[in-house]
Design a protein around this ligand. Structure first.
Ligand code: T4K
Length: 418
């Protein structure tokens, strides 16, 4: 355990961890049960195309969420693209910029302009008041994101969508097993889209799902997922290949069985982080509504440099040197990535909260791969840095690039930016 500032790796000491600790390490459920399922699917020689495991997975997810239809997908990005296509979106769709790039790309990919709307500084989700100002005759829908699994202002968004006759979709990539008003997300708007990517607390290796209570939309999404085929020789829509494979569903069924354990580990870790980082001036761990169900996957720090005396990026560099690979999700905001920054170089002027959050948010590791000892060490480093920010800054200014965290990361082949 490091007790003095001079123990930090930026001062030439060994990093806190010999091996890197990542944000987004997958939770693995009962491996024996998974291998049994894989053996069964291999024996059956049914590997994909709506096999029995995918059907079982869809039914169990729909039952769990209390939604009529779950259409499993190969990933959430294709799920978003299909939901967008199936609901007939065109022209302009309002989205947050403070999200993973897939949210915007799913629109742009289909020639639909994502119109970036600022978010609420407290919830990090779309700000309904600002959103309404962005509606034009070309607007056909809203694609809102339940960022970090914290539900959007669903009532306001639903009311605005209804009043302006807009499609309302939710990117629920982060929000599996999270509730709003006592009800699990999955039934809101026209459809919601979940991600079951390896880095999500609940994974199918790669995977996702569209959930909806709309029978016609569900039918359309199912067909579009499979090239638009209605029978062996009949195609009724333009479609794509969005199918989940049987091996992914095998992982999904196993993850479902382990989900309570994953959430318990996340919650325990989250509470420990909160306790260990409590009272540090200028640093906040975002909160989750304790009256609701949460998956507690994301440990999100907000660093106010004016208060801490150190920037988010400086803190991140110190952590990386310690082999703690904290992440700047979602820096720098979609509007500052291509093609959006070229299409609208001034978008940032209308997104002050997004710009601020993109500069101050830092995510710490969570999940079953992280234990109490790791968290105590990580928090210890953060407390050391925030205790003597001026000395850390001075040191960072003198560390040669070759000694900096960038090199540690480059050596590991981990891309810093996405
Ligand atoms: N909407 C939102 C709001 C999203 O956040 C996402 C995805 C989507 C839509 C689209 O969902 P999918 O189409 O992916 O289903 C990662 C994930 O790839 C991405 O799914 C996720 N959001 C995003 C927040 O994080 P990267 O580019 O940061 O991934 P990467 O490769 O840097 O991995 C993150 C860390 O996880 C690594 O540092 C190491 C660790 N890791 C990763 C993998 C894949 C492991 O330890 N084991 C692994 O197998 O995007």
């Amino acid at each position: 355990m490091k007790t003095n500032l001079s123990d930090l790796a930026i001062f030439g000491r060994a990093p806190t961890f010999a091996e890197k600790i990542y944000v987004g390490r997958p939770n693995i459920g009962d491996a024996t049960r998974l291998l049994e399922r894989i053996k069964t699917l291999l024996d059956s020689r049914w590997l994909t195309n709506s096999g029995p495991l995918v059907k079982e997975f869809e039914q169990r997810v729909a039952d769990f969420l209390g939604v009529k239809h779950c259409i499993a997908m190969c990933n959430a990005t294709i799920g978003l693209e299909i939901a967008i296509k199936a609901t007939g979106l065109t022209g302009e769709v309002i989205v947050p910029s403070f999200t993973f790039i897939a949210t915007a790309h799913a629109l742009q990919w289909q020639g639909i302009r994502p119109v970036f709307c600022d978010v609420d500084p407290l919830t990090h989700n779309l700000d309904p008041a600002r959103l309404e100002q962005l509606i034009t005759p070309k607007t056909t829908g809203i694609l809102a994101v339940h960022l970090w699994g914290r539900p959007c202002n669903i009532e306001s968004l639903t009311e605005i969508a209804r009043r302006h006759r807009l499609v309302l979709l939710f990117d629920a990539a982060h929000a599996f097993a999270c509730s709003h008003a006592g009800r699990l997300l999955g039934s809101c708007g026209d459809a919601e889209v979940f991600s079951f990517h390896a880095t999500k607390f609940f994974n199918t290796f790669e995977g996702g799902a569209i959930t909806t209570n709309d029978d016609a939309l569900a039918e359309k999404a199912r067909l579009m997922r499979n090239f638009g085929f209605t029978g062996y020789d009949e195609v009724v829509y333009v479609g794509t290949n969005g199918k989940m494979s049987e091996i992914a569903a095998a992982m999904g069924l196993t993850s479902l069985e382990g989900m309570d354990d994953f959430i318990s580990a996340n919650r325990r870790n989250y509470q420990l982080y909160c306790a260990e980082l409590a009272g540090l001036r200028g640093l906040q761990v975002i909160d989750y509504n304790q009256a609701e169900r949460n998956n507690y996957q994301y440990i999100v720090l907000e660093i106010d440099q004016a208060e801490t005396g150190i920037s988010r990026d400086e803190l991140m560099n110190v952590l990386w040197a310690e082999n703690i690979i904290a992440r700047r999700y979602f820096h720098p905001g979609c509007h500052r990535m291509e093609p959006y920054r070229t299409l609208d170089p001034k978008a940032g002027l209308t997104l002050p909260v997004t710009e601020e959050l993109a500069a101050r948010v830092l995510l710490l590791p969570n999940g079953t791969a992280v234990g109490e000892n790791e968290i105590l060490e990580i928090c210890r480093v953060i407390r050391l840095v925030l205790g003597r920010p001026a000395e850390v800054r001075a040191r960072l200014a003198h560390v040669q690039p070759a000694q900096s965290a960038q090199e540690v990361v480059a050596a590991a082949g981990v891309a810093e930016e996405h």
